[in-house]
Design a protein around this ligand. Structure first.
Ligand code: ATP
Ligand code: MG
Length: 463
């Protein structure tokens, strides 16, 4: 029932130290929720009546991370710096506090320490995140779920909501979302992650306050969305974002996919939104964020290019989608590397159908795309979300797997230096010449440096 990991043991030791020094101390928040759900917590948070000064004095290895929020990181006493369990997973020890007003919608203006655990719990976001665990009480008898539950301190009805599968704001939902708008997204994220419903009054408050999400920094919105996309329940998360009105606020380009019809012969599943949801449903927990965002955005160019001709057409949707993807990546402050890969996934998602007709050089350059496995994965999801026909995917995958690395990226037969030695003047034409040689090499027309230089002489006569 309880994990026997070094992190958990370390958290227990910290609780014990605080207790013998005369303070109250509990495991708190997400880790208690996870233990009750029989999921291994990512990290352990301790809530205590001891003030940060006291905590800093009690433990030899500490970092005062958020001193003004009353948070101190405590590293394992016995672990040396070379120990792998060392400082990477310290326990967060936070002094009981009751947060004041959040006038900027993000940070409490003042933090007031309290000695009352109940006050600390009431400032937390959702009932399932507001549980305390008296983990020292018979820590070794936690072999049964009942023993674990009996050591839970529940001031907010979190146990019942955990049992019923409900995300419910602690206190008055309206006020809680007015205090901190990040909670709007957190509600959706937890509901999707655990397959829970959002309690009606909480849901209604999210809908009413959805437009306030813009008070949250773009980076934090991005990080929340990325978690939703990569935790294995992306479809559910995006359905909830839609139902709560948050999607139209944070990703209007994706909300616009709703009701955009597609030609039924290629897309029997329905409109662009349904198709996208069917891709999101396939995203595995732990998948690369670029793949996840690529899947979300691959058809983002369809709504603005929708046209009824002899059939429904989306001419230019790839190029328009890349431009829109670039704007979205800029808006969410993705890194250059992430942006490049997300855009490459949008840019290349229609090319698989042409692979059978590609020249060898074109196909090999296609295989050279960075993280080609992500392109393969996206195309597979795209097919399964539509016709279900995997012929193109299979063709490309087999070709890719069968092709040795030296065939995809052979050593160049000629470099600029040899061109200079042969009497050519360096300039913009070099690129063209080298590309021509590489094409011939990838096509299998030439295989040696001599053949390459002969070809250069033919196509680009000197003098
Ligand atoms: P995760 O598994 O995603 O880390 P978590 O519940 O542990 O989920 P954290 O962001 O690590 O979430 O926060 C730890 C705890 O702090 C939460 O369980 C909750 O009690 C409290 N908390 C975090 N963010 C907020 C917030 N924005 N408003 C109120 N309480 C919060
Ligand atoms: Mg956490």
């Amino acid at each position: 029932m309880l994990p026997h990991t070094p992190q958990f043991e370390s958290a227990l030791e910290i609780l014990a130290t605080l207790r013998v020094s005369g303070y109250e101390a509990y495991l708190a928040g997400g880790c208690v929720r996870d233990l009750l759900l029989d999921r291994e917590p990512e990290d352990y948070d301790v809530a205590t009546s001891a003030t940060p000064d006291v905590v800093l004095g009690l433990f030899p290895r500490t970092i005062a991370v958020g001193a003004h929020f009353g948070v101190v990181l405590v590293a394992d006493e016995v672990a040396g710096p070379e120990d792998s369990r060392g400082p990477e997973h310290p326990t967060e020890v936070a002094t009981f506090r009751s947060d004041g007003v959040y006038s900027d919608g993000r940070h409490p203006d003042e933090v007031r320490y309290t000695t009352l655990a109940e006050e600390d719990v009431r400032r937390r976001d959702f009932t399932i995140n507001g549980l305390l665990l008296d983990a020292l009480r018979a820590a070794d008898s936690f072999a049964t779920p009942e023993a674990l539950r009996s050591a839970v301190i529940d001031h907010v009805g979190g146990l019942a909501d955990l049992d019923a599968g409900v995300i419910r704001a602690i206190g008055q939902p309206e006020r809680r979302f007015e205090e901190d708008q990040l909670r709007l997204l957190r509600a959706v994220r937890f509901a999707a992650r655990f397959g829970f419903s959002i309690e009606p009054a909480t849901h209604a408050a999210i809908r009413r306050h959805a437009a306030r999400i813009h008070a949250v920094s773009r980076e934090r919105v991005r990080d929340e969305l990325t978690k939703m996309l990569t935790e294995g329940h992306a479809r559910r998360a995006f359905e909830l974002l839609d139902q709560t009105g948050l999607l139209a606020q944070v990703l209007p380009e994706v909300a616009a996919m709703k009701g955009v019809e597609q030609p039924p012969q290629f897309h029997p599943e329905g409109d662009v939104w349904i198709h996208t949801l069917l891709l999101l449903e396939q995203l595995q927990a732990g998948c690369p964020l670029t793949l996840a965002w690529g899947a979300l955005l691959h058809d983002v160019g369809k709504p603005p290019t929708f046209r009824r001709a002899e059939r429904i057409r989306f001419d230019g949707h790839v190029e328009v989608g890349v431009a829109m993807g670039a704007e979205i990546c800029r808006r969410f402050r993705f890194s250059n590397d992430e942006t490049r890969q997300i855009l490459a996934l949008i840019q290349n998602h229609m090319r698989f159908a042409d692979a059978g007709r590609m020249k060898a050089s074109t196909l090999k350059r296609f295989f050279r795309l960075e993280s080609f496995d992500q392109h393969l994965a996206l195309h597979r999801m795209d097919c399964l979300a539509a016709s279900g026909n995997l012929d193109h995917w299979d063709f490309v995958r087999q070709g890719y797997e069968a092709m040795p690395e030296e065939a995809v990226r052979p050593r160049p037969l000629v470099t600029g230096r040899e061109l200079i030695a042969a009497g050519y003047t360096p300039g913009p034409r070099f690129k063209e010449m080298l590309r021509m040689v590489e094409d011939a090499q990838l096509e299998g027309v030439i295989a040696t440096p001599d053949e390459a230089m002969n070809l250069v002489g033919e196509r680009f006569p000197l003098g």
